[in-house]
Design a protein around this ligand. Sequence first.
Ligand code: ZN
Length: 114
Amino acid sequence: MKGKVIVSKFWTRFFSVGKARAITIFPFIFLLEKSCKKETILLNHERIHIQQALELCILPFYLWYLVEFIYRFIRLQDFHQAYLHICFEREAYVHEKDFSYLRKRRYWSFLKYL
Ligand SMILES: [Zn+2]
């Protein structure tokens, strides 16, 4: 599943609290600007999140994401560092440049990044 791409400044800022150029709210990938559609690495990153969300039956993915963010934020005292250390983000950043990753990835691979 690739996710449906929607270009919307409002919703991208809303869901990412103004911090991201793209955000995945399953089954949609919201992009800040039309030009982001050409950014294949960014889209690949978001599609990794689509797969992670699917594997966790969607809602638990977002709950886990939020709880892990809060835990990392308490430990690291830094918004950006907390975000980068979430297992879902770590997996997505490590593999975002590998365009065949989603074809060979095993289920629940994000666990390796906890
Ligand atoms: Zn991400």
